[in-house]
Design a protein around this ligand. Structure first.
Ligand SMILES: [Cu+2]
Length: 211
């Protein structure tokens, strides 16, 4: 999803650059009185062109945007479901597909962090997920509104008390993925990071068994 969003960003940026260059060039040339042609001041044809052209540009931006919007909403048949619950100020995770696994995930305080830890991003219990698998994320909150956001996966979803929101992620490589709460939720809002560890599904099964 994030790849698609990046492509769409580049597509829109390219259109934006072309418009900026065109308008900038027109402004500068008008400044030096080189562009004020009589057909530009009261011309039916040019008015038609600069009405229809922006409308077409808007359609060219809107169609791929809507396409990605609906693809993001799509929930494919998931391999596992993980429930993430926001608390003031930590996340807790539940894996309910296998035996009931529940744990809290607190940020490692700066004083306790080792050389290999990521400052303000690492947690004591990481969210372990299998890679190359469709994962469904259900999210809610125990107190105030939080937001479960992992930018590199293209996910940002509100965790609202009394509601269950749903999104899905698909990680196509192993590794660590970091995110942070993205809803101003109180004093330690910036100290409730999300740390996802994507591992081989085989190791994931043995991790499940070892807990
Ligand atoms: Cu929060």
């Amino acid at each position: 999803m994030m790849e698609q969003l990046n492509f769409f960003h580049d597509h829109t940026l390219l259109i934006l650059i072309m418009i900026t260059i065109l308008v900038g060039q027109m402004l500068v040339s008008m400044l030096f009185n080189k562009f004020t042609h009589r057909f530009l001041l009261e011309g039916q044809l040019i008015e038609m062109i600069w009405t229809i052209l922006p409308a077409m540009i808007l359609i060219i931006i809107a169609l791929p945007s809507l396409r990605i919007l609906y693809i993001i909403d799509e929930i494919l048949n998931p391999n596992i479901t993980i429930k993430t619950i926001g608390h003031q100020w930590y996340w807790s995770y539940e894996y309910s597909d296998y035996k009931k696994i529940e744990f809290d995930s607190y940020m490692i305080p700066i004083n306790d962090s080792k050389n290999f830890n990521f400052r303000l991003l690492d947690v004591d219990n990481r969210l372990v997920v299998p890679f190359n698998s469709q994962i469904r994320i259900l999210t809610t909150s125990a107190d105030v509104i939080h937001s479960w956001a992992v930018p590199s996966l293209g996910v940002k979803i509100d965790s609202t008390p009394g509601r269950l929101n749903q999104t899905s992620i698909f990680i196509n490589r192993t590794g660590l993925f970091f995110g942070q709460c993205s809803e101003i939720c109180g004093a330690n809002h910036s100290f409730m990071p999300i740390c996802i560890e994507a591992i081989n599904p085989k190791f994931f099964i043995s991790w499940i068994n070892s807990i």
